[in-house]
Design a protein. Structure first.
Length: 129
């Protein structure tokens, strides 16, 4: 999984970039089919930095979140929790769709044949008496 951090209108220290990368990599614990994570920090307004997070998964699914708050880490935590919620919802949807197909049976199953045989046997016994 590739994690990229871009900064606009300013610069982040190496320590801040390392913290952001560590926080972003935690998303792979929720959904393991992530291909890339793009975190963009816009420091045009230093009092309220804007953070954009785009997470790409297999099969061309993108999860996007934006936030602008008083602190950089607050914005990052907010966008990560938003994407976590999106990933959990998508994962649950995929699992339910997969599980819904397991219980289907064909019309010619053995269970219907057994009930027909027992009904015919009961009719045959009454005719002999």
């Amino acid at each position: 999984m590739q994690v990229s951090i871009a900064t606009r209108h300013g610069h982040l220290s190496e320590a801040s970039q390392a913290k952001l990368t560590a926080k972003a990599e935690k998303l792979s614990r929720i959904f393991d089919r992530l291909t890339s994570i793009e975190l963009t920090v816009d420091l045009a307004d230093e009092q309220r930095p804007r953070v954009d997070l785009i997470v790409s998964a297999e099969h061309k699914h993108d999860f996007v979140a934006h936030d602008q708050s008083e602190s950089l880490m607050g914005s990052v935590d907010s966008v990560i929790s938003k994407v976590e919620q999106q990933l959990r919802k998508y994962k649950e949807k995929v699992q339910q769709k997969h599980r819904a197909g397991e219980g289907r049976r064909f019309e010619g199953s053995d269970a219907t044949d057994e009930t027909e045989d027992t009904d015919l046997g009961a009719v045959a016994e009454t005719d002999e008496a």
